[in-house]
Design a protein around this ligand. Structure first.
Ligand SMILES: [Zn+2]
Length: 311
């Protein structure tokens, strides 16, 4: 990769031994996802690996606002089968790494910041910096993505270096390489199996709960009611009737709600969610294709990261 700086490894020695001991005693908050759990996750067919019995813990860390998250995805898609991801589970770099690992059915250790919803900035920052210490301790290697807004990431980087870990630094590329990366997933409150996506950057595009932000991308009430009636009568075949009408509604939405489309295209990452189980029989699959086309139209690079179901 063009913007990578690899740092010298200081493998072994007392710092690493102490880190390994600490990592063993401080079990991950989420815990490594077991091979059985990962195997149960629906995933993209590509790049699926058999988890190694002794995976190498690799941290992937970076800021929320990194503007080229497809580079994180590309990196994790190329990880060796013996890798285990260590992640802080924040929006942006962290969660893109996590989603991509789970799409490959590879294990992850998660260290989310756990504070009350109404916690002060100071409390959150303190917890986040403590979390960074755990990530640096557990990782044997790390890929660190950096841009100008990376205070927390620089803290983790400093800790990784102090522990003598192998660190590869990836600088944010120039604007010509910036992109929107998005995923799709079942809604976090779906009552249908599999469980929905409960991570950061959720973007609800349903008529029922999408609100003002999501409604420009949701089917109309009228279309939904008729689709439900037809699904009851015809089963999945009804989607062939539904999809072209949804597309024509979205053409209209592009004209009426252009600022909402532009705002979405300007983001660096989101996970579009709907209550349907399968992306292939849901408007989110059609929406994914339309968004990529909209990107071509306005000259914005848009990458469909695929469906994810992991939490
Ligand atoms: Zn749906």
């Amino acid at each position: 990769m063009q913007h990578v700086r690899e740092e010298a490894a200081l493998a072994g020695g007392p710092a690493e031994d102490a880190a390994t001991d600490r990592a063993r005693s401080l079990r991950s908050v989420r815990g490594p996802r077991s091979p059985e759990e990962c195997a149960a996750l629906p995933t993209m067919a590509e790049n699926v690996m058999t988890p190694s019995p002794h995976p190498i813990p690799i941290a992937v860390v970076g800021p929320r606002a990194f503007r080229a998250l497809h580079l994180v995805r590309d990196l994790v898609l190329a990880f060796p089968p013996a890798a285990r991801l260590v992640s802080g589970r924040a929006a942006g770099v962290d969660v893109v790494g996590e989603i991509t690992m789970c799409q490959r059915r590879m294990p992850v250790s998660l260290y989310p910041v756990k504070v009350r919803a109404n916690a002060s900035r100071e409390t959150f920052a303190k917890a986040a910096f403590a979390r960074n210490t755990l990530v640096a301790d557990e990782a044997a290697e790390a890929d660190v993505f950096l841009n100008a807004e990376s205070r927390g990431t620089r803290d983790t980087l400093h800790k990784l270096r102090a522990l003598g870990k192998v660190v590869r630094v990836h600088d944010e590329p120039p604007p010509a390489e910036h992109a929107l990366l998005f995923h799709t997933a079942p809604h976090p409150h779906t009552r249908q199996a599999p469980r929905g996506y409960r991570g950061p950057s959720t973007f609800d595009i349903t008529r029922g709960s999408g609100g003002d932000a999501g409604s420009p991308f949701a089917p109309s009430e009228k279309l939904l009611r008729e689709a439900q009636r037809r699904i009851y009568k015809e089963g999945p075949e009804a989607f062939n009737w539904y999809a072209p009408i949804y597309i024509s509604e979205m053409r209209q939405s592009w004209r009426i709600h252009r600022p909402a489309w532009d705002a979405l295209l300007a983001r660096n990452h989101f996970v579009a969610v709907c209550y349907c189980i399968q992306r292939t029989c849901c408007h989110r699959g059609v929406f994914a294709q339309l968004l990529v086309k909209a990107g071509v139209r306005v000259g914005r690079r848009v990458i469909d990261g695929g469906e994810v179901t992991l939490w």
